[in-house]
Design a protein around this ligand. Structure first.
Ligand code: FAD
Length: 444
């Protein structure tokens, strides 16, 4: 254990934090357990010393949820389990496992797949607890829907299994409460799926002058596309295509054959602006590895980041103009904005994750110099403000409640979570949400 002020404390505080626009919040100490029983010891120690507990798995939370004032940080980077049961297809994984860089290649060796986060280095811990928007979430659902059980150290320092039949309140909360989960998950039991045999993508690039026409068409089309296709429309700068930012409509089919991909991707050939496209890739085979490598390029390490998001609802005439600032005025050449289809909306199982809409929009701003902080952060705030009239809520995964309070779960789920706290963690050993979250849209 490293206490505040001791040599090595600063590294332990933030060395595994992805967002290098580092918070100055100072925990009391950081502990790095090497086993599950050491996690139990750490929770008991915090309790006996009257300290709150914060947890770190992969360190990718944009808001740095694991770096909490005066808390004992339990950094789970030392737990390294990954074991597939070939009979059931259930894999047991430690929370700091990197979903794309570690779990995906391990499962692929056995012909299995798990819809982990897009960026390969995201830890499964924070990702799954907040819902998990993995590959083809519109068709396959939230990654948390594949959690069949969690092993949890509770506030009383007990190690328990939580699933549909035992400790089911914790199982419910572990699928959506995110940083508000009252416990330390030491192991996830995940149902895997067969690895799709064929990956193929269609990519269409447009100048931003075509933004309104292309996005209006996509708004009215996406719900009818086959549920094997992930649909993302993003604006980014790719100097290989154009010196100015361009709008890319991307469709990734995860299917069994080239013919199936051809059929699934066919609706994109009806894009009315296609004759003005500056780039057209049509039903080209790709691989999960290539897709993950592209994600790594877009999400480089060592940068300062500000990220925010919104669940959008409304007609194209309402939504498309509200998105213009986020899409057509990016503050620098590295920033990007994504529109991620979730349509047609699937019904959610009974879990804490309970806020979504047909369109997910997130803006990612990254830069290097602290001198750019204010400009980049205020651009993001303006872009999100424009979206408020068509925003129903947001996804915890790309949120920062110290900057903006937005609703992230249903009212019923929020009330139920308060009951879980009353039962499981009445003294609030676990730090919970950052920024006094009240689960409400601040403008409402
Ligand atoms: C480059 C990048 C790409 C991303 N891409 C995606 C994406 O495609 N889809 C998506 O859904 N999200 C994505 N995210 C968001 C990401 O899923 C969240 O930030 C998530 O919280 C990261 O999990 P982590 O374990 O790495 O983070 P951490 O910062 O370690 O964890 C976040 C918080 O979750 C809680 N927590 C984590 N593990 C445990 C545990 N074992 N027990 C109890 N509480 C725990 C704690 O409150 C912790 O502070 C991305 C983030 C980045 C930086």
């Amino acid at each position: 254990m490293l206490r505040q002020g001791e040599p090595g404390f600063e590294e332990a505080r933030v060395d595994r934090i992805f967002n290098r626009r580092l918070t100055d919040r100072q925990p009391a100490a950081v502990v790095r357990p090497a086993s599950e029983s050491e996690v139990v010891d750490a929770v008991r120690l915090a309790r006996s010393r009257g300290r709150q507990v914060a947890v770190r798995s992969g360190g990718h939370s944009w808001a740095q949820w694991s770096v909490r004032t005066d808390a004992l940080v339990i950094d789970l980077g030392g737990l390294r389990e990954m074991e597939l049961d070939e009979k059931t297809g259930i894999v047991r994984v430690s929370p700091s496992t990197k979903g794309g860089a570690e779990l995906a290649p391990y499962l692929a060796e056995s012909g299995r797949f798990f819809p982990g986060g897009h960026c390969p280095t995201v830890g499964v811990g924070g990702f799954l607890l907040q819902g998990g928007q993995g590959w083809n979430a519109r068709g396959w659902g939230w990654a948390a829907e594949y959690v069949v059980a969690v092993d949890v150290v509770t506030a009383s320092g007990e190690l328990v299994r939580a699933d549909a039949t035992q400790n089911s309140d914790l199982y419910w909360a572990a699928r959506g409460a995110g940083p508000g989960f009252p416990g330390v998950v030491t192991r996830f039991h995940l149902q895997t799926m067969p690895l799709p045999a064929h990956f193929a993508h269609t990519v269409q690039g447009f100048h931003l002058d075509d933004f309104d026409e292309v996005m209006t068409w996509l708004h009215d089309t996406h719900a009818s596309v086959a549920d094997t296709v992930e649909i993302v429309a993003l604006t980014k700068t790719d100097v290989g295509i154009s010196p100015d930012p361009i709008l890319l409509v991307t469709a990734l089919a995860m299917v069994e054959s080239r013919e199936e991909a051809d059929h699934a991707l066919a609706p994109f050939r009806a894009n009315p602006a296609l004759d003005r496209a500056v780039l057209v890739v049509d039903n080209q085979p790709t691989t999960p590895e290539a897709e993950r490598a592209r994600q790594l390029e877009d999400n480089p390490e060592g940068h300062r980041w500000a990220v925010d998001n919104a669940w959008l609802t409304g007609s194209a005439a309402e939504v498309v103009p509200a998105m213009r600032r986020a899409y057509t005025t990016l503050p620098n050449a590295q920033a990007f904005t994504i529109w991620f289809s979730m349509a047609p909306l699937r019904e959610l199982p009974d879990m804490a994750f309970s806020m979504q809409s047909e369109i997910y929009l997130a803006s990612y701003v990254l830069w290097e110099s602290p001198a750019d902080d204010e400009r980049c952060i205020s651009w993001l705030a303006d872009a999100m403000r424009d979206l408020e009239p068509v925003t129903v809520g947001q996804y915890l995964g790309d949120s920062d409640h110290t900057r903006r309070q937005v609703k992230f779960m249903s009212d019923d789920a929020w009330d139920r979570l308060q009951k879980v706290y009353a039962e499981r963690d009445p003294d609030r050993l676990f730090v919970g949400y950052l920024g006094d979250s009240v689960n409400a849209n601040h403008w409402a």
